[in-house]
Design a protein around this ligand. Sequence first.
Ligand SMILES: [Zn+2]
Length: 109
Amino acid sequence: MLILHCPCCGVDAEETELHAGGEAHIKRFGPGSDDDQFHDYLFMRENPKGVHFERWQHANGCGKWFHAARCTATLEVFGTYRAQTTEPPKDIRDAITAKRPGWVWREFS
Ligand SMILES: [Zn+2]
């Protein structure tokens, strides 16, 4: 079972208390964007076998949204952090690099 630490209320929440919200750190485009950018925003998602950043809601707890870094293949959780964070914190990126040498994704390398 997936257990994620909610950084908002401090509870280690089981999967049944959580609601998945899809990929984290999606770049949103404003009114001046073109059709390709809007298409990518709506439909294009990462689907890696490995390290992934996701949005989760502590739905049956505090109700707040947060981000989680985990491995989709092993369900190993590298860390969770507040949803207002625009990129993964350095300590989480370092934890991922320690366990997955050579890991690179987007601008967080
Ligand atoms: Zn919570």
